[in-house]
Design a protein around this ligand. Structure first.
Ligand code: ASP
Length: 323
């Protein structure tokens, strides 16, 4: 018999629509009434938060992380976390970076609220429970299960505003599938270093580059309280000429600047050697982060800084998506 703990945090999976199709939060989560019958699994439901995921903050992620840590001492075999889909990938990656990753921890959500036709909430919840209860899910890191696919927290991202087939893993694909007769894995993720944190630093920012981006946008962040900046750069990680001096100023003021790509596929790497090109930026002291999207690189920078990493050790932690 497997003991699974379901932690509910809110999101569309727990919401309902009115007659006009307007979706809002319920006082009581309808998922708690859904019947999950499986002779081999005992399910315990617990409400941790009841928020749309746009309202979730890193402080909330820490609350969820602490509850999961506690569950690890309470003889649970796996944890399912229901969450709004808008920031689900950020909470999932936060947990992935800060928890030991032995026990299956599976996040899920829904694109259609609980009373809409074709609602995917109960189905995704059930898939997540089955995934968390599978021995195959041990030591896989934090997982995201939606629409019959199993993705890693590290690389999954929300790709469609409303379609149920929204969570994808660009470049690498899902690591497994939820089949009619069981859970199937097809890929193994390279293990990463876990950085346990119990408090958070703030003021770590994310900007997206665009043609004609002004230096003033970066200059705004050159403040004593700024702890770090992630930039979703152009292509393989290049920046408009006008921003280069402002980036240099941030670095001179000891603010770590991390480069990822705004492209949906591929990894950021220094290739171009001209002002604003990746090689130029790397020479200036910008840290390239491979394989992560902007919101996830920001979570990683936030965790590294919160753990007290500085200088080269922070650069080493950020620059490799694996460690
Ligand atoms: N806006 C919702 C949220 O993230 C979307 C969802 O859950 O699908 O809370």
């Amino acid at each position: 018999m497997k003991k699974i703990l379901a932690l509910h945090t809110g999101g569309t999976i727990s919401m309902s629509a009115n007659d006009l199709g307007e979706v809002s939060t319920n006082e009581e989560n309808p998922l708690l009434d859904s019947r999950f019958i499986n002779d081999n699994i005992t399910l315990t439901n617990e409400t941790v938060l009841n928020k749309p995921s746009e309202h979730i903050t890193p402080a909330d992620m820490l609350i969820i992380q602490k509850r999961v840590k506690e569950a690890e001492t309470q003889a649970y075999d796996g944890v399912v976390i229901t969450h709004g889909t808008d920031t689900l990938e950020e909470t999932a990656y936060f947990l992935d970076l800060t928890l030991p990753n032995h026990l299956p921890i599976v996040l899920t959500g829904a694109m259609r609220s609980s009373n809409e036709i074709g609602s995917d909430g109960v189905y995704n919840f059930q898939s997540a429970i089955l995934t968390a209860a599978s021995d195959e899910s041990l030591d896989k890191g934090v997982l995201v299960v939606m629409n019959d696919e199993i993705h890693t927290a590290r690389y999954v991202t929300k790709t469609h505003t409303t379609n149920v087939d929204t969570f994808r893993t660009p470049t690498f694909g899902p690591i497994g599938l939820v089949g009619k007769r069981g859970i199937h894995y097809f890929q193994e993720l390279i293990q990463q270093t876990v950085v346990p944190i119990d408090h958070l630093k703030h003021n770590v920012y994310l900007l997206k580059a665009y043609a004609g981006m002004p230096a003033s946008l970066l200059a705004c962040l050159d403040q004593p309280e700024t702890n770090g900046l992630v930039i979703e750069g152009l292509g393989a990680g290049n920046m408009p000429l006008e921003t280069v001096q402002a980036i240099q100023q941030l670095l001179d003021d000891q603010i770590p600047v991390v480069m990822v790509s705004r492209c949906y596929n591929g990894v950021a790497e220094p290739i171009y050697d001209y002002p604003g090109g990746g090689i130029d930026l790397e020479r200036m002291g910008v840290t390239f982060c491979q394989g992560l999207n902007g919101p996830k690189a920001r979570i990683k920078l936030l965790i590294g800084i919160s753990a007290g990493l500085k200088g080269q050790s922070l650069r080493d932690y950020i620059s490799n998506a694996v460690s």
